[in-house]
Design a protein around this ligand. Structure first.
Ligand code: B12
Length: 493
């Protein structure tokens, strides 16, 4: 069987980083780790080809070559997935679909021959066994969660590394918390399941040996779900691994209680972590109680962010407006919090109810569910009727995004951050590509950009006051350009 592993295209969204990637001549932020893992689980003798539509096109030649298409992706890729499925169907390929999009919304896709849902470690072997016997079923699903110590390393050799800005590695799945709006526990469970330190080192070696020297994102739901193992095994192994080679910057996602553990933060930084995404959600205590975000309650969230920044971790954050407890004052409160925190990359979205979550069930019960979510949580849409009223929520949201991403306030935030941030331990040296990005940004943003005044101000401020953070400042300038383009394209500027 010749297999095409197809990853549908993302729309132009906050996280696509499309407008920023152009500056470093990369086509996508990350490769499709899930599909590459599927590649490693399929029989070795089957020839495989990855078509990531974010970096390349699906050609007639690809379709003519293959016998079967394996398609995976997230809800945000739904439209592209539909088109891909139609083309594969027309070309007469067998279609197998899996991953978060199909696990959450399988009823939306009629032309798929086999749904291999949930964690493929459990469902794919059943499908393959039935396929061999000639009796493959339409749907394979499970409510169990697998032991990821048996998950094979992704088949990196199937992609062209040079198209990507970063690589993804997964250490754990699942999250011990239970936030009402989050589908992580529905998809991956409550218990943090981990790989071994040896597995992670082998995966990193694999990447290093095929020439990867850029950043690596640990794509965990909550990297600090098992602190004891991190401290005793994984982080010491990573610290050791970085020694004697060109160091690789790491980043990940974690819960805010990371700020309470100074030794853990120190170890993370020593191991090469420079950025961490935190679900902050809201400074409104009642909203935190409403969505059961216990770990964020009864703490000074602003101080927690500062502690992480001072330790040497850049904090990127997720924020939500539209909780039942939110009143119209929430927009100003969020703006003040985000500006003061110096969280430059602040992903703010309307509260949405993903299928499988407690919120989805509650909204359905209360008759407030108005369809499926778009999958892009920064497009100003929601699938629930908010207590505040949809118009008031959208209007407040638009104004908030406009404020946060205007050059004046965006650069002000960058400055707040640069003042607080401790210089990271592991730095990516300036290479030719990054020098070109600097040149491109000076022309595009410094001469033609609306932000030119702020650009040069921070450019010289950094050179004189925090020269070690100069590369980071330019990266922020480029991100700012991307975020403003996104705000414009979704008509909220
Ligand atoms: C890395 C990541 C990203 C990267 C994307 C990288 C990329 N190229 O794919 C970035 C940062 C860009 C991103 C962005 C977003 N993401 Co994201 N992301 C993740 C994350 C943390 C890890 C994904 C991963 O690589 N996992 C490792 C691999 C091994 O696991 P996997 O992909 O799930 O694959 C397994 C199974 O799903 C299955 N499988 C996967 N594909 C296929 C295909 C076939 C054919 C089969 C049979 C099986 C199968 O088998 C694999 C082995 O078990 C997940 C959370 C998570 N734990 O998965 C969220 C997650 C996928 N993201 C999600 C969302 C909502 C988003 C955003 C909308 C915003 C947000 N809240 O983060 C944006 C939208 C993207 C955009 N461009 O607009 C949701 C998706 C929900 C859904 N039902 O679609 C998830 C599940 C997190 C969550 N609960 O909110 N994301």
């Amino acid at each position: 069987m010749r297999i095409l592993l197809i990853y549908p295209e993302y729309p132009d969204t906050f996280w696509s980083f499309k407008h920023a990637l152009k500056f470093i001549r990369r086509r996508a932020a990350l490769p499709p780790v899930g599909l590459l893992t599927i590649g490693a689980m399929l029989p070795k003798e089957w020839p495989k080809k990855v078509v990531d539509l974010n970096v390349t096109k699906l050609t007639k030649k690809d379709l003519a070559w293959a016998d079967c298409a394996f398609i995976g992706g997230m809800v945000v890729q739904k439209e592209s997935a539909r088109k891909v499925i139609a083309r594969c169907k027309q070309a007469g390929l067998k279609i197998v679909a899996g991953g978060p999009l199909f696990t959450s919304e399988l009823d939306e896709f009629e032309d798929v021959d086999h749904f291999v849902l949930n964690e493929a470690e459990l469902t794919l072997p059943l499908f393959l066994a039935d396929l061999e016997k000639g009796c493959a079923k339409h749907i394979y699903e499970t409510s169990e969660f697998c032991d990821i110590r048996r998950t094979p390393a992704p088949m990196w050799e199937l992609i062209d590394l040079k198209h990507y800005a970063s690589m993804g590695i997964q250490f754990s799945r699942g999250c011990p918390f239970n936030c009402e709006f989050c589908n992580v526990t529905a998809l991956f469970g409550h218990r943090s399941r981990i790989k071994t330190a040896e597995q992670i080192i082998a995966e990193l070696d694999g990447l290093y040996n095929i020439g990867w020297r850029g950043p690596v994102f640990f794509v965990d739901d909550n990297f600090i779900g098992n602190k004891a193992y991190l401290k005793a095994h994984l982080l010491p192994a990573l610290i050791q691994w970085q020694k004697g080679k060109r160091q690789i910057p790491f980043n990940t996602e974690a819960s805010v209680n990371l700020a309470d553990d100074e030794p853990l933060m120190q170890m993370l930084v020593k191991a090469g972590f420079d950025t961490v995404f935190i679900g902050i959600e809201t400074p409104n205590e009642e909203s935190l109680a409403e969505c059961n975000k216990k770990q964020n309650k009864n703490r000074n969230l602003l101080e927690s962010v500062k502690r992480m920044q001072r330790a040497g971790l850049q904090v990127t954050g997720g924020f939500i407006v539209g909780f039942d407890s939110d009143t119209p004052s929430i927009f100003q409160r969020q703006i003040e919090f985000i500006q003061e925190s110096g969280i430059v990359t602040a992903m703010v979205g309307l509260l949405n109810a993903p299928p499988g979550t407690g919120l989805y069930a509650r909204m359905r019960e209360e008759g407030r569910l108005i369809g499926l979510m778009s999958g892009d949580n920064v497009d100003g849409t929601t699938n629930i009727l908010p207590k505040m009223g949809l118009d008031a929520l959208r209007e407040g949201y638009k104004n908030m995004m406009h404020h946060l991403y205007s050059p004046e306030h965006y650069y002000e935030r960058v400055m707040t951050f640069l003042r607080e941030y401790k210089r990271p331990k592991v730095r990516n040296p300036l290479d030719f590509q990054r020098l070109l990005a600097l040149l491109r940004s000076s022309i595009r943003l410094g001469i033609f950009g609306k932000e030119r005044f702020q650009y040069w101000k921070i450019f010289f401020w950094t050179i004189f006051r925090r020269p070690q953070l100069f590369a980071l400042t330019i990266t922020f300038a480029i991100y700012g350009h991307h975020f403003r383009r996104i705000c414009k394209s979704i008509n909220i500027q």
